[in-house]
Every structure is written in C-alpha cells, then in structure tokens.
Design a protein. Structure first.
Length: 62
C-alpha cells in the first residue's frame, strides 16, 4: 500500500488524516507499515482526502 508515500507527497500528517477519518494516529501508522489494512468502508474517504484513487493507494512501485 502506498498510503504513506502519497500522504507525505501531499504534505498531510498522520494526525490530520486520523482526525478526518475518526481513527487514532497509531491506526494510520499501522496502515502505513502494513501491520493492518484500512477497512474497505474507509478507502473512498481516504482516497478523497489524499486526492487520489483507491487504486492508486494499492499500486506497486515508487
């Protein structure tokens, strides 16, 4: 998952993202590290907040 890469490119903090999604900052950190995956129901909002598509969150590579 490219969540962390995209988030950093957009200059968004984990704390900001967590507050908008109604989760804890640690949860976002776990999603970025691959320890957990975001719930499917959160993916559209996550993509919207990051200005990308759900597919882009899961693309391989850079």
């Amino acid at each position: 998952m490219r969540l962390g890469v995209i988030r950093r490119e957009k200059g968004i903090t984990q704390t900001f993202l967590a507050s908008k999604l109604g989760v804890k900052q640690n949860t976002v950190a776990q999603w970025e590290s691959g320890k957990r995956n975001p719930p499917a129901a959160k993916l559209p909002e996550l993509a919207r907040l990051l200005g990308c598509t759900v597919d882009e969150l899961f693309e391989k590579g850079a």
